[in-house]
Design a protein around this ligand. Structure first.
Ligand SMILES: Cc1cc2nc3c(=O)[nH]c(=O)nc-3n(C[C@H](O)[C@H](O)[C@H](O)COP(=O)(O)OP(=O)(O)OC[C@H]3O[C@@H](n4cnc5c(N)ncnc54)[C@H](O)[C@@H]3O)c2cc1C
Length: 406
């Protein structure tokens, strides 16, 4: 007879968002089963995901509360300042917090985030992690949810969470209809070493063909200064850029970043990600909730996708545990509706603002560039506006769940 496993919550997708949710629930005494179709050994293999993520202050607070920050602390590179320029022309904005106000976040290799997350999750008795597992059917009813895996195992619970990222089959099967469009852009990712230190500055350089970001990383073991490159190119140029010989690729990168770091060299293999947008305002149905990229996917230029997903996590943990303390079922419609209302504005604002930013800087020509730089000069001169944008980057605005507060 095939095995049946039961828990309060069944989470489909154990990526950065789904697994962090499981850890947070476990810390509150809520048991979950996490199903992931991939193998953690593959996900954490060197070179599988060469990306680095900007982790905001609010997300760092979450990692601190969930017991992940201790192991992560020494692996992160603080972002002391963000420089925004229109194609390296004069008139950039420097977002530099006042002394004592704290950094604008920290950069982590995705591999380090995953390794620490899996390690912390493995120590939680209330998490049953099923990697390399494939869902055959999902059912939701008045009294509970049930998932059958292709190997015959049956999972039962009271709430189903869709956390399988951009291609979430749970979202699609349930009939959610996200707004979606393609940027016809591809992000080319690579690690760089450079002669001069980055001074913990994250550079966002906007070109009409797409944004180009240099994100500070810790020096490597040999003391070489390092940054992560996210270079957005038009989809039809991506194959050519990826196929360039290393020296030609480095020369193209150097041409776009000027001489800010001195001579540069390629430190890792290149990889690429297709960029598109999707957003659904509805994120709950009967005994079902969407979190992370399953609900919203955006252009990576502002480094907000994972941070937004972690804000989903903190809000969902708070509404579920508040509801359960009052004796409510975690799949209770009132509980889920509170989550949807809480997340709607933040999700819409961050996704929308990122989209507007990408489009605004994508308009070619000298006049649009002059208008943009006039606007940027206005922001550069306004401490109030700068403080507003820095608070947004830190993820510390709006009504914050307790897990996002210091
Ligand atoms: C180039 C680039 C740079 C980025 N930089 C940043 C940044 O600096 N800061 C930031 O905040 N965000 C950044 N992001 C966004 C961030 O990577 C995502 O928002 C984040 O990974 C979303 O996490 P997730 O867990 O929702 O989805 P994912 O990370 O996609 O995880 C989904 C999980 O579900 C599993 N899965 C998939 N399908 C199934 C299935 N059918 N059944 C079971 N399991 C399944 C997968 O194996 C995976 O483990 C960047 C994105 C890109 C593309």
């Amino acid at each position: 007879m095939s095995e049946t496993l039961s828990a309060d919550v069944v989470i489909l997708g154990g990526g950065h968002v789904g697994m962090t949710l499981a850890i947070g629930l476990a810390r509150e005494g809520v048991a979950s089963i996490v199903v992931d179709s991939s193998d953690p050994a593959t996900q954490t293999a060197q070179g599988f995901d060469g990306r680095a993520s900007a982790i905001s202050t609010a997300s760092w607070n979450l990692y601190t509360h969930l017991g992940m920050a201790g192991e992560l602390a020494e692996k992160g590179c603080p972002i002391a300042s963000i420089a925004v320029t229109d194609a390296m022309k004069p008139g950039r904005i420097d977002f530099t917090p006042d002394p004592g106000d704290g950094s604008l976040g920290r950069m982590f290799a995705n591999r380090d985030l995953r390794l620490v997350m899996y390690g912390v999750a493995a120590r939680e008795d209330l998490i049953t992690f099923l990697p390399n597992a494939h869902v055959a059917t999902r059912e939701r009813g008045d009294h509970g949810v049930s998932v059958t895996l292709t190997d015959g195992r049956r999972l039962t619970g009271r709430l189903l969470v869709g956390a399988e990222g951009r291609q979430s089959p749970t979202r699609d099967e349930a009939g959610f209809t996200p707004a979606r469009w393609s940027y016809h852009h591809r992000a080319i990712i690579a690690g760089l070493t450079h002669e001069r230190p980055h001074d913990n500055v994250a550079w966002e350089i906007f070109y009409p063909a797409g944004p180009f970001a240099l994100l500070p990383l810790l020096d490597d073991a040999e003391g070489r200064h390092r940054s992560a490159l996210v270079w957005t190119v038009a989809e039809h140029d991506a194959a050519g850029v990826l196929a360039l010989p290393d020296a030609a690729f480095t020369a193209e990168v150097a041409r776009r970043m000027g001489d800010i770091f001195g001579p540069i060299a390629l430190a890792t293999a290149r990889s690429s990600y297709v960029l598109n947008f999707h957003h659904t305002a509805k994120v709950v149905q009967q005994r079902l909730v969407l979190v992370g990229d399953a609900a919203h996917g955006m252009h990576p230029i502002a480094g907000q996708g994972l941070n937004l997903g972690l804000r989903d996590v903190a809000a969902l943990i708070e509404v579920l545990t508040d509801g359960m303390r009052l004796g409510l079922d975690p799949g209770d419609a009132q509980v889920l509706n509170r989550y949807e209302r809480w997340r709607a504005l933040d999700g819409f604002m961050v996704s929308g603002a990122t989209d507007v930013l990408t489009r605004l800087f994508g308009v070619p020509g000298r006049l649009p560039s002059a208008v943009r730089r006039l606007g940027m000069a206005g922001v550069q001169r306004s401490p109030t506006l700068k403080r507003f944008f820095m608070n947004e980057a830190r993820g510390m605005s709006g009504k914050l769940p307790a897990l996002l507060q210091a």
